[in-house]
Design a protein around this ligand. Structure first.
Ligand code: NAI
Length: 336
């Protein structure tokens, strides 16, 4: 029998947590033949909610779910895990300055980075969903170094990637399966660059580049980019809550593809530590197009940029460098 995978979800009492756990437990992420031991972590104040989630998962009667436990401490959460979905983070409260938010999250992700190093398997793979996702992943990786390689840390930009696919399909009157190879460059924030230069669309049996399929460059360099960048805010306006179903689905897509690999001829967007590709500073957790084989991602090489793209990539790089520097300063200031 296949050995179970031990999978941690943090922030499991939250709204993304509620949508994500069922997909991990029912085989959507790791396959219908792969048993899973699910570990749910949240803060002690949420222990009752967490218990309710455990009860519901038990009531789902899922053959792939071999065990599920609720914990409120790091040691039992991180011990022996194969995958970590780091969803829990400090939300921005009214009146909170950006630097206070960053400092609060640095504290959480420094502690979780250390816990990963101490208790998790050295092969553990990590997706950070909690915002600011790229910088939180940078901090967790920094404090797990020596035990878990930086390449095992990633942040989620798959939701932005999926949003770009959906917008392209809507604009061209096609379906998601007809659209591929969009790219999200940079930060999961308003500076991200959703790029369709290398995307293709299949319409009436013919596959063409996205620019030809859309036939409206101004749209692709204007409203398309803004829609993807601002989608999260629009969802909050409408739902009075942030994206949860789509965020959970994207996190599951991210880990599914990391586990099983990308399809031939296709890449996906994943924020991973830069190796200097495309001039992005080494170590910055930056969203790139990647292909995945045997559990290892590779940044797609050799793509060309026009001046428009260069400007967008420079802006998101600058923002990520500033976030990284502020986060490092928060580590020093608070001596945490
Ligand atoms: P939520 O507020 O419903 O749930 C967050 C949960 O995390 C809460 O139950 C909270 O108690 C828990 N938590 C806080 N600190 C924790 C800690 N130190 N350890 C364990 N659990 C902790 O929030 P929601 O909607 O589930 O969102 C979670 C995060 O995901 C937020 O930071 C949000 O901004 C981010 N997000 C990221 C997206 C992306 O594309 N990267 C998309 C959508 C949301």
């Amino acid at each position: 029998m296949t050995a179970p995978l031990r999978v941690l979800v943090t922030g499991a009492a939250g709204q993304i947590g509620y949508s994500i756990v069922i997909r991990i437990a029912d085989g959507t992420v790791f396959g219908k033949d792969q048993p899973v031991q699910l570990v749910l972590l949240d803060v002690p104040q949420c222990s009752n909610v967490l218990e309710g989630v455990v009860f519901e998962l038990q009531d789902c009667a899922l053959p792939t779910l071999h065990s599920v436990e609720a914990v409120t401490e790091e040691k039992p959460a991180f011990t022996g895990i194969d995958y970590a979905f780091l969803v829990g983070a400090m939300p921005r409260r009214e009146g909170m300055e950006r630097k206070d938010l960053l400092a609060a999250n640095v504290k959480i992700f420094k502690s979780q980075g250390k816990a990963l190093a101490e208790y998790a398997k050295p092969t553990t793979k990590v997706i950070v969903v909690g915002n600011p996702a790229n910088t939180n992943a940078f901090i967790a990786a920094k404090y797990a170094v020596g035990k878990i390689p930086a390449k095992n840390f990633s942040a989620m930009t798959r939701l932005d990637h999926n949003r770009a696919l959906a917008q392209l399909a809507l604009k061209t009157g096609t379906t998601i399966g007809d659209v591929k190879n969009v790219i999200i460059w940079g930060n999961h924030s308003g500076t991200q660059f959703p790029d369709v230069t290398h995307a293709t669309v299949k319409k009436n049996g013919n596959e063409t580049d996205a620019y030809s399929a859309v036939g409206d460059n101004a749209f692709l360099q204007g409203p398309f980019i803004a829609t993807v960048q601002k989608r999260g805010g629009v969802i909050i306006e409408k739902r009075k809550l942030s994206s949860a179903m789509s965020a959970a689905k994207a996190a599951c897509d991210h880990i599914h593809d990391w586990h099983f690999g990308t399809k031939a001829g296709e890449h996906v967007s994943m924020a991973v530590p830069s190796d200097g590709s495309y001039g992005i500073p080494q170590g910055l957790i930056f969203s790139f197009p990647v292909t995945i084989e045997s559990g290892e991602w590779k940044i797609v090489q050799g793509l060309s940029f026009d001046d428009f793209a260069k400007g967008k990539i420079a802006a998101t790089t600058k923002e990520l460098e500033e976030e990284r520097d502020d986060a490092l300063k928060a580590c020093d200031d608070a001596n945490i």
